[in-house]
Write a protein that binds this ligand. Structure first.
Ligand code: AMP
Ligand code: MG
Length: 339
């Protein structure tokens, strides 16, 4: 796994991408940057290359991949037709962190779509990503670059930790920390009104308002009484909990217990806790605004995993706008466990 580091020197980008383009053309995998999280890319029409994604991630074949494109010509290569209302979203939000589910052409292999008749597509905003796809000359199938069900990668150290020595991955194209740090918003456009399939980096309200399209939202992201409804995903390796009131939580636990916890919270909350917390408590701050929190969340969860403590307690955010995305990830990372 060789690293193509584009963080410092932006000259000759195209030339430096070419070895990785060859790797894709030869049916191998490349870790690519995007504005959401890092992705693990394969030629979407090469079944054995796509199969390698599932093998190295340990991802079940029932979980479909998002096809990444660099231009609208590639969109027509993979989808049957584009409803007028989906065109409105494409016009405003592409390139960007919005993925659309549409009916697929039969040329898209079943392995990419988990056997579904639909395919999920997006055109990334990151210019290096689009340049790379264009040079590959084919749409790329790309899930997040992390071991299945674990925390997504937003830093080179995360990619190395999950995939160092994996021979199928030939290159990592590195452009630094992603702009959003959280996955794309997924919208099912196969029936109208459209439906949110996954909350993500772009706020649904903004899409509805700017495109004047109807999008039905999930009934509940949060249901306190039934933790079982949360499929474990985006999860640290240590038991993780969500707290709606960190100050109250800290007051209810013993000093010994507190020494075994890493708290992830806003800077504001950390300042408030300063008086209550004794030395030795580990606190990681994920920022103050929802935008900062979304960007730093996975980095903080990965840091919390590495700490010398047994469990992680993350402060909940409000449940509107980007907060819906953050809470969706937190409730899956914790399997709905609240303290
Ligand atoms: P990730 O592995 O993090 O890139 O997530 C890809 C996600 O996109 C999947 O887990 C699904 O939620 C969604 N997705 C991809 N393809 C489809 C599809 N054909 N229908 C519905 N959802 C899809
Ligand atoms: Mg993922």
């Amino acid at each position: 796994m060789k690293i193509i580091d584009l963080t410092k020197n932006n000259s000759r980008t195209q030339d430096r991408l070419l070895p990785a383009v060859d790797a894709i053309k030869n049916g191998n995998l490349v870790v690519i940057p995007t504005e959401t999280v890092y992705g693990l890319a394969a030629d979407c029409f090469n079944i054995s290359a796509v199969n390698k994604i599932f093998l190295v991630k340990n991802r079940p074949y029932s979980d479909p991949l998002i096809v990444h494109i660099s231009n609208l010509r590639q969109l027509h290569q993979v989808v049957k037709y584009i409803p007028e209302n989906a065109k409105k979203i494409i016009k405003v939000f592409w390139p960007g962190a919005v993925s659309l589910v549409l009916y697929k052409k039969s040329s898209v292999p079943d392995i990419v779509t988990a056997g579904l008749k639909t395919v999920c597509i997006r055109m990334p905003e990151n210019e290096v990503t689009r340049k790379f796809i264009e040079l590959c000359g084919t749409p790329l199938a790309v899930p997040s670059a992390n071991i299945f069900s674990r925390v997504s990668a937003t830093d080179i150290s995360h990619i190395i930790k999950d995939f160092d020595g994996v021979k199928e991955i030939k290159y990592v194209i590195y452009t630094g920390r992603p702009k959003y740090g959280i996955e794309s918003t997924v919208i099912d456009c196969t029936s109208y009104p459209f439906r949110v399939l996954r909350y993500g980096a772009v706020d649904i309200e903004e899409i509805k308002k700017k495109c004047k399209v109807e999008i039905i939202e999930q009934k509940r992201i949060f249901q306190k009484k039934s933790p079982g409804m949360f499929k474990k995903h985006y999860a640290p390796i240590k038991p993780t909990y969500v707290s709606f009131n960190i100050t109250k939580y800290i007051k209810t636990v013993t000093k010994e217990e507190l020494n075994n916890v890493t708290i992830v919270c806003s800077k504001k909350t950390k300042d408030k806790l300063r008086e209550i917390l004794k030395d030795g408590s580990s606190v990681i701050t994920y920022g103050n605004t929802l935008k900062e929190i979304a960007k730093n969340l996975y980095l903080c969860l990965r840091l919390a995993e590495e700490m010398d403590t047994k469990k992680i307690v993350v402060e909940a955010t409000k449940m509107s706008g980007l907060g819906k995305t953050i809470m969706d990830r937190l409730l899956k990372a914790s399997e709905g466990k609240i303290v």
